[in-house]
Design a protein around this ligand. Structure first.
Ligand SMILES: C[S@@+](CC[C@H](N)C(=O)[O-])C[C@H]1O[C@@H](n2cnc3c(N)ncnc32)[C@H](O)[C@@H]1O
Length: 262
């Protein structure tokens, strides 16, 4: 394992209990049966009943187990052992079947020997990938012929903006970008400090990586709303739980989704 993965793993282990207690993840209502999935992926991925699904970078498995509630036969994989432990605990406690594997995504083909109808990844995945082309190879490796890869993600365009909504960063920067700020996206005041290594990809990087491994892109969609308060003070929450910019004169892409088949 490379140093950056060890460092990122420590940070993800440290934030797992903070995320599990957070309003954003809303574990309490999830335990009562509320899905953690957003309407976008439920609509765009369609019927998953009886399908074998691999959820990459699954964190502590709420989305993975939500797909199981929709009828999928699920496997989740993540770098953080504390996240995977919590995912296994939730699976047992809620009596929702799921298999969880702790692994760096790039090592997963050595640990998991199965092919899937669907490979799924969502919301906060690309920035943790040191090599998107290698990630696309892993996706391709796990798909059955005819299988579907579905990604819904924070739009790369938003990476050029600071938290206080100023043009601040370069769209074409690559990384690794070292972040040693404190707090986490569920609570910027949380007492967690540590380094993380992150990477940036443009929209074309995200699309081309999957074309290059031979997948057929079915669609790429962009959305003017997102699933969290990405720019505090500049956003408002709509009735359906989607966050949009308060200033209606501005509209920028906040999320995108991509579906590809093998
Ligand atoms: C933002 S979360 C994933 C998004 C998920 N939708 C969620 O919010 O629960 C990012 C996850 O990626 C995992 N991760 C980071 N780097 C990874 C790597 N190299 N291999 C596998 N998992 C990784 C982290 O442990 C973390 O659980």
């Amino acid at each position: 394992m490379k140093d950056y993965a060890i460092i990122n793993k420590k940070w993800w282990n440290d934030v797992t209990p903070i995320h599990a207690r957070s309003k954003l993840y809303d574990l309490k209502n999830f335990k009562k049966g509320k899905t953690s999935l957003q309407p976008i992926e439920i609509k765009e991925l369609g019927n998953v009943k009886g399908k074998n699904m691999l959820h990459l970078l699954c964190h502590f498995g709420m989305d993975t187990l939500s797909w199981a509630r929709e009828g999928a036969v699920v496997t989740g994989a993540d770098l953080s052992d504390d996240s995977i432990k919590l995912a296994n605990d939730l699976s047992k406690e809620l009596n929702i079947p799921g298999t969880f594997v702790c692994s760096d995504v790039y090592d997963l083909p050595k640990k998991l020997h199965k092919k899937f109808d669907i490979v799924f990844a969502s919301y906060g995945v690309l920035c943790w990938l040191s090599d998107i082309q290698k990630f696309a190879k892993v996706v391709n490796h796990f798909l059955k012929d005819g299988g579907v890869f579905y990604l819904v993600e924070v739009h790369p365009f938003t990476g050029i903006l600071s938290f206080d909504f100023n043009l601040y960063y370069k769209y074409f920067q690559k990384g690794p970008f070292v972040d040693d700020s404190s707090g986490t996206y569920t609570d910027w005041n949380a007492k967690v400090k540590g380094k993380t290594y992150e990477w940036f990809y443009t929209m074309s990087d995200a699309i081309d990586a999957f074309i290059d491994v031979g997948l057929k892109i079915e669609f790429v969609h962009e959305f003017p709303f997102t699933m969290y308060d990405q720019f505090p003070g500049f956003m408002e929450k709509k009735a359906k739980g989607q966050w949009v910019l308060k200033n209606k004169k501005i509209q920028i892409p906040l999320l995108f989704s991509l579906k590809a088949t093998k």
